[in-house]
Design a protein. Structure first.
Length: 548
């Protein structure tokens, strides 16, 4: 069975699933060069151009019936698709997130926790958190849905009384349903920190970086009324022109367009409280789920699953629980999740195949016409040791937001000025942390990883051991933590080995190959353009060993 699936909405994407396996995937922003592009026209076109077999079904994921109708007409007119081949996913957003993570987790049975800014719209309410029970032997079940009054004006949904909708959810899904009012859930509250520093909600990772500079505010109110994560909406005010923007009432006049080294403390303290209270609220959902099911395997996904600080908190709070943190937690995964969900439901297939190449998708691009200087991995290691910045371009691009060595900028983590140098290259905020790549066998030397042996997808941050914080200042955040990628093979492993011969340390700063406000580079031309429009020293085409 061949399925073409696509998601319409921020971080849109499209994929081909062949007999349950992903054979092609494109993230729209990499093709259009518009960050978080909502409309996957180019991705769909690329799939048709590169897959010559018959498509049996087409899965469309979107929350708006108007949007769905548009893309139904688009497929029929542009590609002569028959309407009976179209499968619509309009109320399964969190299901797609969680099922995707379950497929990759290799768990036989687990709890799935999805915390998202806004998932599917169910008449007058939107999902914000959902808890699932997954197993190979039965259809996955919802345990709990947290919902809030929808701020979206979506055509085709009846605006029923919220109490009635919650009762219908309980009956239809056979699960607990909690109504959180009009403000939203855990992720929505986290977004208030982004709005306070004039950032869009999808850039709330900046709040996480800023939170490490903060400290506890003794009289800061408790944002949640109980362990179900219900929001105390009396504390917040909603923007009249844009209801999705909410601010803490006490600070509505404190919005700033620029967080500086002079004014940051207030915003950092607010971010600290957001981080502390929201991660505890998700932790409470995990605790409740474990108590209810007795299952001690947990998949984390949805937008809040990108929060690496929270992920480490869960590991500490639940030492006897096995976690899987989905690398593709944002909406980039929805196209694959919908296709996998439809395939396994349609075929009643109990075998769940993990996506072995979950981190890398797309196409290999022809590099033959790009001629630089012939180089070697040893040469690259020497450049990095000499404090030169090197952008790496290799093979398929990373599917998610985090660079894992195929579209990366590398720098010497031992350099005390590394952060300032690379921030200048990236044109990004001064307070944001940098990640590292480290030889897997050496990772525990530098970082207190506890029971974790490897972290290949940058989904967790770990404390830097005290004796090494001053040795690797380029990747040690202000709170003495670092998001790490452990490496055990491939070109990064060889490079780290060579760098270790020179410096004594198999560790490098690793950040995504893009400039602020731009998506990761996709093509070799994108890479060359970024080199020419930045302060990067070098670009390395790893496959052809060409240096620019």
């Amino acid at each position: 069975m061949n399925i073409l699936s696509f998601h319409v909405g921020h971080d849109s994407s499209a994929c081909i699933l062949k007999n349950g396996e992903v054979v092609l995937y494109f993230k729209e922003e990499r093709l259009s060069r518009t960050k978080r592009d909502k409309f996957p026209y180019l991705s769909i076109k690329k799939l048709f151009e590169n897959f010559n077999e018959t498509i049996d079904y087409f899965c469309i994921s979107a929350i708006s019936s108007k949007t769905i109708g548009h893309f139904v007409n688009f497929l029929i007119k542009q590609y002569n698709i028959k309407e009976d081949k179209l499968i619509i996913f309009s109320r399964e957003h969190h299901s797609c997130h969680s099922f995707y993570s379950f497929c990759n987790s290799k768990f036989d049975e687990c709890i799935g926790i999805v915390a998202d800014g806004s998932g599917s719209i169910l008449d007058s309410v939107s999902e914000c958190e959902t808890i699932f029970h997954h197993s190979h032997n039965e259809k996955f079940l919802e345990i709990q849905k947290n919902v809030f009054k929808s701020v979206h004006n979506v055509v085709g949904y009846n605006k029923k009384d919220t109490a009635l909708v919650c009762e219908e959810i309980k009956n239809n899904y056979k699960c607990e349903c909690n109504y959180n009012g009009s403000v939203g859930g855990i992720t929505s509250l986290y977004n208030t920190g982004a709005f306070l520093i004039s950032q869009p909600e999808l850039e709330n990772g900046k709040v996480m970086g800023l939170s490490s500079y903060g400290k506890e505010i003794s009289d800061f109110p408790k944002l949640f009324e109980n362990n179900n994560g219900k929001v105390d909406e009396k504390l917040f005010i909603t923007d009249r022109e844009n209801p999705s923007i909410i601010l803490f009432k006490s600070f509505e006049n404190m919005v700033t367009k620029n967080v500086t080294k002079e004014n940051y403390q207030f915003y950092a303290n607010y971010a600290y409280e957001l981080q502390k209270q929201t991660q505890k609220a998700v932790g409470n959902l995990i605790e409740k789920s474990i108590e209810k099911t007795g299952i001690k395997k947990v998949c984390i996904s949805g937008g809040y699953g990108m929060n690496i600080v929270a992920n480490y908190y869960y590991l500490q709070r639940f030492p006897d629980v096995e976690f899987y943190f989905e690398p593709l937690s944002d909406d980039s995964c929805i196209s694959i999740g919908a296709a996998k969900l439809f395939f396994h439901t349609e075929n009643k297939d109990a075998k769940i195949n993990p996506i072995e190449t979950t981190s890398f998708h797309g196409l290999n691009h022809d590099l033959s016409s790009f001629k630089g200087t012939k180089t070697s991995i040893k040469d690259i290691a020497h450049l990095l040791y000499q404090n030169k910045s090197v952008a790496v371009y290799s093979g398929l691009s990373e599917a998610g937001q985090r660079a894992l060595g195929n579209r990366s900028i590398l720098f010497n983590a031992l350099n005390v000025n590394a952060k300032d140098i690379v921030n200048k290259i990236k044109k990004r905020e001064w307070y944001r942390p940098f990640a590292c790549i480290v030889l897997e066998e050496d990772a525990n030397i530098y970082f207190d990883m506890g029971r974790i042996k490897s972290s290949p997808h940058m989904t967790i941050c770990f404390p830097v051991r005290e004796e090494y914080a001053k040795i690797i200042p380029g990747v040690t955040h202000v709170d003495n933590t670092c998001r790490i990628q452990t490496v055990s093979d491939g070109h990064l492993y060889e490079l780290l080995q060579e760098f270790k011969k020179l410096s004594g340390h198999g560790i490098l700063l690793n950040t995504s190959f893009n400039l602020s406000g731009e998506p990761l580079v996709e093509t070799p031309t994108d890479a060359i353009n970024t080199l020419n429009n930045s302060f990067l020293d070098h670009l390395w085409f790893e496959e052809t060993q060409q240096l620019f």
